[in-house]
Ligand binder design. Structure first.
Ligand SMILES: NC(=O)c1ccc[n+]([C@@H]2O[C@H](COP(=O)([O-])OP(=O)(O)OC[C@H]3O[C@@H](n4cnc5c(N)ncnc54)[C@H](OP(=O)(O)O)[C@@H]3O)[C@@H](O)[C@H]2O)c1
Length: 489
């Protein structure tokens, strides 16, 4: 072990409890801790049952992901430091058994709370359960006599109703206690009906819940060694554990996937708006550096991890770059030719959505019905458009994020730690990064090879011809319609 790495030194002999370890960020955190901080004592990972698999089954499959290959080739024995804790944030006290809770209380020195339902439109009841999980975890952490740090992974948008987002706690939309009482008192239908009143100016239930959870961190956690990391939009890794590694289908990544498949053809965004996209490995490094900093000094700090002010990329450049790369690396699984229109005006966006999503969807359903198959394209596009409006809230708004603490954290690190746990985006080449991200989507999300087969190339050419033929047809209809209106009036 290098003597100049303060972060590695900090994690030596530590026992970590991580929630969200099976997620996109969680896996990268887990991998990095094991690979770079080999002298760590133990890592406990919270895992719930999912998709008919028990936590034990899921835990045994966790290390099959490509992101653990580098670690396994280094030393497979390191995986033995990871232990399963059965639990579910939707259950009271995270569904922990008495025995597991005792183990955590006695052994854990660092908590990384990264579990969250990241769907923007989750029901209020689920939001409340996740808020309760944060409360219950804080209560458990209070009993941990050897606790050195409690990291809460929030989001840069947890206070997105404010234009200037400082690295400080804000007033939540409501108190956790109030939310939990409300959820206990009302049935699901009533809760669904009053959700818009609860949200008021908050764009979705995800950020609403994160804001309330942050308030718990501030109040219940005030005597704990707390630190909060608020990443912006997390996308593929820049270098570790593999270049362009992805493992998430939500948010902007989901939009990129839909676009690359030829399903999404129009999006609403502010071309000159800043795209605060941050690589998952840099977020993970920032979380570990924040843990080290909090574990070695007695100040609660919030980090808005949103990229670097001197090296930002606009949504327009991001889309243009991604488009060029997706056209070059078209997918075997594509269902149509890649073609994306970006629109800033909301009314024009609605019109384009009708012509580029709704109308083709009706045509596709008509073909399906003629073939004796069920019509489902219109219904799916309805869902997709709702998802798009939720995601694109973040692509059309603009926020002024303070990131003074992130810069201070970076400046406090040794040169060796800056190399081992890099998160400074000042020198990131966005063009190369986007290209690697597109290739990563292909390799890790769609599990396709780098090169297309002859058959795929032929299919893509057919889509190209069909796309422009349909487009010409639609323009012709539009032209006829306009001419008809002109004649009418
Ligand atoms: N992705 C982003 O762009 C982004 C941006 C800012 C902040 N964040 C924050 O970063 C953290 C990690 O997000 P991510 O992108 O890694 O999302 P993710 O891939 O969806 O991972 C979420 C993790 O939380 C766990 N989880 C969710 N509900 C749970 C429950 N009821 N009980 C136990 N575990 C539960 C998931 O476990 P399962 O595997 O069992 O589902 C998974 O491990 C979250 O706190 C998120 O709010 C993410």
């Amino acid at each position: 072990m290098s003597s100049n790495s303060q972060i590695r030194h900090f994690f030596k002999n530590q026992t970590i409890f991580i929630t969200g370890g099976s997620g996109f960020l969680g896996k990268v955190l887990l991998e990095k801790l094991l690979r770079e901080c080999e002298e760590i004592k133990k890592i406990y990972v919270l895992m719930r049952s999912k998709k008919n698999k028990t936590p034990t089954q899921r835990f045994s499959e966790l290390f099959n992901y490509a992101c653990f290959d580098v670690l396994k080739s280094k030393d497979e024995n390191l995986l033995r430091k990871v232990f399963l804790i059965n639990g579910d944030c939707l259950q009271p006290r995270l569904g922990l058994s008495e025995q597991d809770a005792n183990i955590l209380v006695q052994e854990v020195t660092c908590v990384i709370h990264a579990a969250a339902n990241v769907k923007f439109d989750q029901p209020v009841k689920e939001v409340a359960c996740n808020v309760r999980a944060t409360r219950d975890l804080l209560e458990l952490a209070k009993k941990m006599t050897n606790l050195k740090v409690f990291v809460f992974v929030s989001t840069a948008y947890s206070n997105c109703v404010h234009a200037d987002i400082k690295e400080q706690f804000y007033e939540p939309p409501m108190k956790a206690k109030q939310l939990l009482q409300l959820v206990d008192a009302l049935d699901d239908d009533t809760l669904k009906a009053i959700t818009p009143q609860l949200l008021k100016t908050w764009p979705n239930t995800y950020v609403f819940g994160k804001s309330i959870a942050e308030d718990l961190i501030n109040t219940i956690g005030k005597d704990l060694p707390i630190t909060v990391v608020r990443p912006a939009i997390i996308i593929s890794s820049i270098s570790e554990p593999r270049i362009g590694w992805h493992d998430n289908f939500y948010g902007i990544i989901g939009v990129c996937m839909g676009t690359s498949l030829g399903i999404i053809r129009v999006i609403n965004l502010k071309k000159n708006g800043i795209a605060p996209l941050v690589p998952v490995d840099y977020v993970s490094n920032c979380v570990l550096a924040a843990a080290w900093q909090r574990g070695t000094c007695d100040v609660t700090t919030i980090y808005n991890f949103v990229g670097h002010k001197n090296n930002q990329i606009t949504w327009g450049r991001f889309i243009k770059n991604s488009e060029a790369n997706y056209l070059e690396c078209a997918l075997r699984k594509a269902v149509w030719h890649f073609s994306l229109t970006t629109v800033e005006n909301k009314v024009w966006y609605k019109i384009c959505t009708f012509f580029l999503h709704t109308l083709p969807a009706y045509i596709a359903d008509f073909v399906l019905v003629c073939l004796g198959k069920p019509a489902l394209v219109v219904k799916n596009y309805g869902r997709l458009d709702r998802l798009l409006s939720a995601v694109l809230y973040f692509c059309t708004g603009s926020w002024n994020f303070e990131d003074h603490n992130v810069m201070e954290l970076w400046n406090a690190m040794t040169d060796e730690d800056k190399t081992l746990f890099c998160f400074n985006m000042e020198r990131v080449d966005h063009d190369i990064y986007i290209r690697n991200s597109v290739i990563g989507t292909r390799l890790y999300l769609f599990k396709e090879t780098r090169e297309n087969s002859k058959r795929t190339k032929l299919k893509l050419k057919m889509f190209f011809v069909a796309h422009y033929t349909l487009l010409a047809f639609l323009w012709y209809i539009l032209y006829k319609f306009v001419m008809f209106l002109i004649e009418l009036f």
